[in-house]
Write a protein that binds this ligand. Structure first.
Ligand code: ZN
Ligand code: ZN
Length: 275
């Protein structure tokens, strides 16, 4: 019997999330076009020659993103997120956008303090998780565009040995074990860069798992979750050899991320934490 028939893929996501996913993609495509036509990565703070720069290449507090355009994107994304939020959060988000538009909150300050700044969070009166998501979805297309336009990126990645993203320094959100040779590739949810990292080293604390990586598998899916007993860290992993062949080429990181939120909840319930 063909084993792959039993595997459930792509991941199950709710109609609401699927709608959000499509809307985000459409909005990113439009933005991408605008960025290509009107902007240069260098003017936004991306290194002119990344081959000569020590990664991470982007420092969020030194970025010079076009404020008006970022505001447009935040408003756009707030509307999309509003559709999938409870009434209270939707109102909170609306208030935040209004004060941003009025200039009560400095966008530059927000960008440079992303992702964790307790003082700022108190000032903007937005739920931490909601703020995090809003800024992630807003900054992602800009950072993704910068990384995608870098001709030197392959060589930067080849000499990079760390578990944080060589482009923006963020911690990896997901990994995949490649179908051809089982290498572990890490994926950055902020700039969508993918880079290689030792399969048997914890991405959180750097401990070597020479005796074998601890993990749990999710039955009938290509997913597993790598665990570390030393730091209680976890990492979601897609085992590509279990993904039906027709879907392998177009493995969509973002879709897999949205479709594996239940694994985060599961790991966190067991006492594990993301890096
Ligand atoms: Zn990154
Ligand atoms: Zn660890």
């Amino acid at each position: 019997m063909d084993k792959s028939k039993k595997i459930s893929y792509p991941p199950d996501i709710s109609a609401e999330l699927e709608d959000l996913y499509h809307k985000l993609n459409l909005s990113y495509e439009r933005l991408q076009q605008k960025l290509n036509e009107e902007y240069q990565t260098g003017e936004m703070g991306y290194p002119e020659n990344s081959a000569e720069v020590e990664p991470p290449l982007i420092l969020l507090d030194e970025l010079n993103l076009p404020v008006d355009l970022v505001k447009e994107v935040i408003c756009d994304i707030s509307k999309m997120l509003g559709d999938v939020l409870e009434e209270d959060s939707r109102k909170e988000l609306k208030k935040f956008v209004v004060s941003l538009q009025k200039g009560d909150i400095s966008l530059k300050e927000i960008i440079s303090s992303y992702p964790y700044d307790k003082e700022l969070l108190e000032k903007i009166k937005l739920d931490e998780q909601l703020f995090f998501k809003l800024m992630l979805f807003t900054l992602r297309p800009f950072l993704q565009w910068m990384a995608a336009g870098d001709e030197n990126l392959e060589s930067v990645k080849n000499r990079w040995q760390d578990s944080n993203c060589p482009v923006c320094g963020a911690v990896p959100e997901l990994a995949r074990l490649t179908e051809e040779d089982g290498r572990r590739m890490l994926w950055c949810w902020l700039c969508s860069t993918e880079w290689r990292f030792n399969r048997l080293t914890c991405v959180n604390c750097g401990e070597d798992k020479a005796e074998g990586q601890l993990y749990f598998v999710v039955k009938d899916t290509p997913y597993r979750v790598d665990l570390c007993e030393s730091c209680q860290g976890y990492l979601k992993v897609i085992d590509e050899s279990k993904v039906p062949e027709k879907d392998r080429q177009s493995l969509d990181w973002f879709l897999n991320d949205l479709g594996t939120q239940h694994l985060d909840r599961l790991a966190q319930k067991e006492g594990y934490m993301r890096g």
